[in-house]
Write a protein that binds this ligand. Structure first.
Ligand SMILES: Cc1ncc(COP(=O)(O)O)c(C=O)c1O
Length: 368
């Protein structure tokens, strides 16, 4: 095979350890590796997409997104998050992933320090590197939450702090007190906060609180992907102080043009239509969390019960992680999420209760 030349910043980034798991294991494998809802997209959302196709709404849309959707997202922010974002402050993107990418490209200069939790979502470090920045992990405390005092120590001189609550891979939900303290401290020191809230609806006991309530220099990132079981539709958005928008728009315009037109009409139905499917999904995730947590603690794993998203981050040791994967229980080793948790594995419970029970039984046999 020829060895061509590649840019160093791309070569220096590893392939995602998670995408590999999409096809992992044999026919008998139980895949708890994937971070996407196993539910189908609700019917009224699909029908809106079909109607958009039939009505010929298949061309480019305005770069920033269709006005009706920006309006609907603005109303959603007021209704659900207590935030006043004008439609002009909202940019519709191809998933939360593109929103994160735009934010990094537009904010980060070469050499800028970009902070995020380690372990944390795989994209933050890679996107910071692509933008020329220096990714820097902030360690979590023993309960897998952000250690606010520790995070503050790293904040001076940083450019961006990425906050992700509810968090991937830990399922931790940060308290209002922590979020407020982190945002106020960051903004005080001219550190922009990127708040990734894609799991906001999957919180089981605590309450989700948006970071933008506590500071002016906050970019809120969200998506239809997890909330409405729409990962493949690729619709997300960011909301920010108005002067940022043209800068983000430049990157979006040249790299993406616009989010898919049909998906935007589907998302419009999602944000303006019946919200009961979200409630039903949350209740099912809660039941699965309880089942998996009870099963794992019974096996002797000792860790705090996760409060949100659909993940559990379980301290089980490298040997057992490998044995589990070999036995067809597909879980993601902690090193996929940074350097600090190689003894942990991420379990996704976005799969049926039956699969979760089978996975627990298989682990039990391995440990006998
Ligand atoms: C924390 C977090 N942020 C953002 C995303 C990206 O979501 P999307 O599918 O909308 O690009 C994910 C997807 O797994 C995620 O876990």
């Amino acid at each position: 095979m020829n060895e061509h030349r590649y840019a160093g910043r791309v070569r220096g980034v590893e392939m995602s350890g998670i995408r590999k798991l999409f096809d992992a294991g044999g026919p008998d494998a139980i895949n708890l590796g994937i971070g996407q809802p196993d539910f189908d997209t609700p019917e009224h959302i699909k029908m809106a997409a079909i109607a958009a196709i039939r009505e010929g709404k298949t061309g480019y849309t305005p770069n920033a997104g269709i006005p009706e959707l920006r309006e609907a997202i603005s109303e959603k922010f007021a209704r659900e998050n207590g935030l006043d974002y004008l439609p002009e402050q909202i940019l519709v993107t191809a998933g939360g992933s593109e929103a994160l990418h735009l934010a990094m490209e537009a904010l980060v200069d070469p050499g800028d320090r970009v902070l995020f939790t380690d372990p944390g979502f795989v994209s933050y470090a890679a996107l910071a590197t692509f933008a020329g920045g220096k990714p820097e992990g902030v360690p979590l405390d023993a309960t897998l939450h952000i250690d606010v005092e520790r995070a503050k120590e790293q904040m001076d001189g940083a450019r961006v702090f990425v906050l992700n609550s509810p968090a991937n891979p830990t399922g931790a939900v940060e308290s209002e007190e922590s979020i407020r303290a982190l945002v106020e401290y960051a903004n005080d020191r001219k550190v922009t906060v990127i708040s990734d809230e894609v799991y906001e609806h999957f919180v089981y006991e605590k309450k989700h609180v948006s970071a933008a309530r506590f500071g002016e220099d906050v970019i809120t990132i969200n998506a239809a992907s997890k909330t409405y079981a729409m990962t493949g539709w690729r619709v997300g958005y960011l909301a920010a102080p108005e002067d940022y928008i043209p800068q983000f728009l430049k990157v979006h315009q040249y790299a993406q043009a616009c989010a898919t037109s049909i998906s935007q009409y589907a998302a419009l139905a999602a944000y303006t239509g019946d919200q009961s499917p979200v409630e039903r999904m949350r209740e099912e995730y809660r039941a699965r969390r309880d089942l998996l947590y009870a099963g794992l603690t019974e096996l002797g794993f000792d860790f705090p019960r996760p409060e949100g998203a659909f993940y559990m981050f379980v301290p089980m040791g490298r040997t057992l992680i490998q044995k589990a994967v070999d036995a067809g229980v597909i879980i993601v080793p902690g090193e996929a999420f940074g350097s600090r948790a190689p003894e942990y594995a991420r379990f996704s419970y976005a799969t049926s209760r039956e699969n979760l029970s089978r996975a627990i039984a298989r682990l039990k046999r391995l440990m006998e």
